[in-house]
Ligand binder design. Structure first.
Ligand SMILES: C[S@@+](CC[C@H](N)C(=O)[O-])C[C@H]1O[C@@H](n2cnc3c(N)ncnc32)[C@H](O)[C@@H]1O
Length: 396
């Protein structure tokens, strides 16, 4: 699903960067504001450009969505927390488009180094010009580099050179899970992997063969398809990581109806899931509207409590999927605190980001039943019709 966005019409110039604020050597043209990704016209330098969180950049002919600003905010907050706790941050922005994420990781999260990669050679000029706002080196160490290659190739080359990254951002199209393996290989232990799916048909249960191929999960139509999409994406990463001897833990999960976009930030460590915990099957009963979790050992013994029969015809089952919490309470609380520190959230700010992070904190409770996660609904209006068919479903 591709949306065309407004393109820059006139030549791009950084010569008109007026107001350096927090980071004196970088370009900050407006105050931070929520969802501030809007085209801006600067009459002094006769150039039209975009701003996001006060950073100015060009999009040229690249694929760019203003609506993805929240996903970028979340990535930057996680990256900044990582840098604070580890003291070092190297980011691989594997499908960077115009390089806006790379720019934000460099400036806002104060990444030591960002590798901005995109397969489209035509994006070279725009990416390089955008990143040129940041000094290209700090002493002898480069701050950023641009490559124009297939993401799998770049990540595999990094892995073979043992050039590992702290955070890898995979902002891909569709249900392309082919990047998971090379990304996990190129990641440092305890590193962060920010993955994407934009395939709403799959999470809606309309392409079970496709989800089986991409994420190893047979997904059937269920009322809370957006939550299922997030669980499918995490489950796919769990499966690939486990093949390589790693386990992944979701730090936050985010669904946005534009696209739609499913985004999950995962922490990757050595090990395997003990006894397939948090990785299993989810049922939905069309008769009573309830959902349950089933382990692998319970396959073949599934029946809904609303039915006397040993086999409930009213049950549909999807899986295997991630069945654990979609967010980590402590991590989200830290993100919320940092967002407050930066003026993006908190103290009655009423920003969308503030509401989203608070919602994530509320929904990080592992005892929550399936289908109640509002962040998995993303405000998509068409899902409200399911609210009466599921007893435990909560309306916004
Ligand atoms: C969703 S856009 C990226 C948007 C960007 N991350 C942002 O936040 O604005 C996906 C990008 O992936 C690039 N791309 C597609 N397939 C790729 C591949 N196999 N390897 C690297 N880049 C790829 C496209 O050229 C496109 O710029």
């Amino acid at each position: 699903m591709i949306t065309l966005t407004p393109k820059t019409l006139s030549p791009f110039s950084f010569l008109c960067n007026p107001i350096p604020k927090h980071h004196s050597k970088y370009t900050i043209v407006t105050q931070y504001s929520d969802s501030s990704s809007k085209p801006t016209f600067n009459s002094n330098c006769e150039s039209e450009f975009q701003t996001e969180r006060g950073l100015k950049f060009d999009i040229g002919e690249t694929f760019f969505r203003h609506e993805s600003a929240t996903g970028r905010d979340l990535g930057v907050l996680a990256a900044a927390l990582y840098k604070r706790s580890k003291g070092k941050l190297r980011v691989l922005d594997a499908l960077c488009g115009c390089g806006i994420r790379s720019l934000r990781y460099l400036i806002e999260a104060e990444a030591d180094f960002v590798l901005a990669n995109d397969a489209n050679d035509d994006n070279r000029k725009v990416i390089t010009e955008n990143l040129s706002q940041v000094e290209s080196s700090s002493g002898d160490d480069p701050r950023w580099a641009v490559t124009l290659s297939d993401a799998n190739r770049i990540m595999t080359e990094c892995y073979l050179k043992r050039d590992f990254f702290d955070l890898i951002d995979i902002d891909s199209f569709g249900s392309d899970s082919s990047f998971l393996r090379s990304a996990i290989n190129a990641l440092k232990l305890d590193g962060l992997l920010y993955v994407t799916s934009t395939d709403g048909f799959s999470s809606g249960g309309r392409r079970p063969q496709q989800t089986l191929a991409a994420y190893g999960a047979y997904v059937r139509p269920m009322p809370y398809s957006n939550e299922l999409g997030l669980r499918m994406l995490i489950g796919g990463a769990v499966r690939v990581a486990s093949v390589l001897g790693y386990r992944v833990t979701p730090l936050f999960s985010y669904y946005s109806y534009h696209g739609p976009i499913f985004r999950v930030m995962l922490r990757v460590n050595r090990g395997k899931l003990p006894d397939n915990r948090n990785y299993g099957f989810i049922s939905y009963c069309h008769n009573c509207g309830s959902s349950q979790e089933y382990s692998w050992a319970e396959l073949g013994r599934m029946s809904c409590p609303c039915s006397d029969s040993k086999v409930s015809k009213s049950l549909v089952v999807s899986g295997p999927l991630w069945t654990g919490p979609l967010h980590d309470t402590i991590y989200i609380t830290e993100m919320l605190n940092l967002a407050g520190e930066w003026g993006w959230a908190g103290s009655g700010s009423g920003t969308d980001l503030d509401k989203l992070l608070n919602q994530m904190v509320a929904e990080s409770d592992p005892r929550l039943p399936f289908g109640v996660h509002q962040v998995g609904r993303g405000g998509q209006p068409c899902e409200s019709k399911f609210s009466t068919t599921q007893s435990r479903y909560v309306h916004p």
